[in-house]
Design a protein around this ligand. Structure first.
Ligand SMILES: Nc1nc2c(c(=O)[nH]1)N[C@H]1C(S)=C(S)[C@@H](COP(=O)(O)O)O[C@H]1N2
Ligand SMILES: [Mo]
Length: 420
C-alpha cells in the first residue's frame, strides 16, 4: 500500500479517545471559552487575499492536499499499465470531481490533439463514415449521470479482507455527468446492416483497447461523450472522446475512442477472453459478464476516516449503486448483521448512478461491526461475501459485490475485516 495512505496517526486517534473521556458532546457544543480560533486574529483576516487574476483555473485549498488519488504499490509494477483509486472517504454527495476520478489505463495517458482526432464507423454499415470533433458537435447531445466501475473493483478482497481503506477496496469507481451524443444516432447515420449485431469500439492510445458490445446495448443508452461534469473530458478519462456504456463494466468504456466497427459476431479479443472473464471453482469461466451488480460501501467511518470525536452523535455515510437501475433502499447494521436499519437516501436518484445514504446514530463508544446492504430497483439484494463465494468460488478477480465489513474499535479506529 502507498506509504501516505491517509490512515489516522496514533496522535489523532488518541485525541479522539480523550475527547470521548469527557462529557458526551452534542454537535456544535458551547466550548468557546479561550478558543484561540476565536480570540486570536488570523492571518487571513489581516491581509488582502489573491486577486481574480491569481487562479485562472481553480484548484482546491492547500488544506485539502491529502484528498487525492492513490495507488497500491504491489498492484503497480509499472505506472503506465496500472490503476489508481478515488478517495471515496473524502467525498460527499454523488458526483466525483474530475481531478479525483480513478484512472485505469493499459498504455499510459494518451495526449490526443482534438484537431487531429477522428472517429471512424466501418464494418457492416451502409456508409462507412469518419467524424471530426466538429462533426460530433453537430449531433443532438444529452446529459446523463452514470457510475463507471472497473470489474476488478474489490477484486483483491475475494479470499479475505486485505486493503485497509474504502479508497482501495472500492475506489475503482467514479460518477460523472456526461455530455455526449447517443451512440444510436451515429450508428443510424452510417446505417447498420441487418447482419450487424455487434459493435467493437477501439481506442487511439498505444493499447488500442477493443471490446465487443451487443447491438441492443449500443442502440439503447450508450453515449459518445466529450464532456464530464460540464468541462472537456480529462486526458486521463479519454480526451477528447470516450464511450459511455451505462451500468456495464468499466473496461468497455473505451477512452480516446477512434473507431466503431460493426460486425455479425463478437471479436473475442484479449479483454474478453484472458481478462474480464470470471474463473469459477470448477474451472469453467463465466464470459460476457457485463452488468455491474448492486453494491454499496460505508465511506465514513472507514479505515482512512476513523471516528475522531468519541462517543456521541455521529453521522455514518456511504454509497450504493447498481448497473441495472436505481437504489431505492440501503440497510445498515452496526452489529455485524444482528439488527438492520433503513439508511436515509439523500440526493438525486439516477439510473446506473451512485446513490448517497446516511445513517445518524448515537455511538455508545463500544466496538462496531459496520455493514451496508444495497437493494436495487429490480429487487436484487447485495449478497454477503460468503454467499458470493458459494456460487463463484475464489478464483475470480472480477465482479466482487459482496457486503463489506468495517470493525470500529472503542478508540474510533476502523479496520477492514470479515465476519462469517
Ligand atoms: N483506450 C482505452 N480505454 C480504456 C482503457 C485503456 O487502457 N485504454 N482502460 C479501460 C478500463 S479497464 C477501465 S476500468 C476504464 C477506466 O476508466 P477511467 O480511467 O476513466 O477510470 O477505462 C477503460 N477504457
Ligand atoms: Mo478495468
Amino acid at each position: 500500500m502507498s506509504s501516505s495512505n491517509g490512515n489516522p496517526t496514533r496522535r489523532n486517534v488518541l485525541r479522539g479517545a480523550l475527547a470521548a473521556g469527557g462529557a458526551v458532546m452534542t454537535a456544535g457544543a458551547a466550548r468557546a471559552a479561550g478558543d484561540p480560533a476565536i480570540t486570536e486574529i488570523q492571518t487571513w483576516n489581516q491581509a488582502l487575499g489573491d486577486g481574480v487574476d491569481a487562479r485562472p483555473y481553480g484548484t482546491p485549498s492547500e488544506f485539502e492536499a491529502h484528498v487525492k488519488r492513490r495507488n497500491v504499490e504491489w498492484l503497480t509494477a509499472d505506472p503506465v499499465s496500472s490503476v489508481n483509486f478515488t478517495p471515496l472517504h473524502e467525498l460527499d454527495g454523488i458526483i466525483t470531481p474530475n481531478g479525483l476520478c480513478f484512472e485505469r489505463h493499459h498504455a499510459g495517458i494518451a495526449e490526443v490533439d482534438p484537431a487531429k482526432h477522428r472517429l471512424m464507423i466501418n464494418g457492416l454499415v451502409d456508409t462507412p463514415l469518419v467524424f471530426t470533433m466538429q462533426d460530433i458537435l453537430r449531433f443532438p447531445r444529452e446529459n446523463r449521470v452514470y457510475f463507471l466501475e472497473c470489474a476488478a473493483n474489490s477484486g483483491m478482497e475475494w479470499r479475505g479482507s486485505q486493503l485497509n481503506g474504502c479508497q482501495f477496496t472500492h475506489g475503482m469507481i467514479h460518477n460523472v455527468m456526461y455530455t455526449g451524443v447517443p451512440l444510436r444516432l451515429l450508428l443510424e447515420e452510417a446505417g447498420v446492416k441487418t447482419s450487424g449485431k455487434w459493435v467493437m469500439p477501439e481506442g487511439a492510445d498505444a493499447s488500442a483497447m477493443t471490446r465487443s458490445i451487443p447491438m441492443e446495448k449500443a442502440l439503447d443508452d450508450c453515449l459518445v461523450a466529450f464532456k464530464m461534469n460540464g468541462e472537456a473530458l480529462r486526458p486521463e478519462q479519454g480526451y477528447p472522446l470516450r464511450l459511455v456504456v451505462p451500468g456495464w463494466e468499466g473496461n468497455m468504456w473505451v477512452k480516446w475512442l477512434r473507431r466503431l466497427e460493426v460486425g455479425d459476431q463478437p471479436w473475442h479479443h484479449r479483454e474478453e477472453t484472458s481478462k474480464y472473464t470470471d474463473l469459477l471453482a470448477d474451472g469453467q469461466a463465466r464470459r460476457f459478464t457485463w452488468e455491474m451488480d448492486a453494491k454499496s460501501v460505508i465511506t465514513n467511518p472507514s479505515p482512512q476516516a476513523p471516528i475522531l470525536h468519541g462517543a456521541g452523535h455521529t453521522v455514518l455515510s456511504g454509497l450504493a449503486w447498481s448497473g441495472r437501475g436505481t437504489i431505492p433502499r440501503v440497510d445498515v447494521t452496526l452489529d455485524g448483521g444482528n439488527s438492520w436499519h433503513a439508511a436515509r437516501m439523500s440526493g438525486p436518484s439516477f439510473e446506473k448512478s451512485l446513490h448517497r445514504f446516511y445513517y445518524e446514530f448515537d455511538w455508545d463508544g463500544s466496538p462496531l461491526l459496520l455493514q451496508s446492504r444495497a437493494h436495487d430497483s429490480t429487487g436484487y439484494v447485495q449478497p454477503t461475501k460468503d454467499q458470493l463465494r458459494e456460487v463463484r468460488g475464489v478464483n475470480s478477480i472480477y465482479h466482487n459485490n459482496g457486503i463489506q465489513t468495517w470493525h470500529v474499535s472503542e478508540s474510533g479506529v476502523a479496520e477492514n475485516v470479515e465476519i462469517s
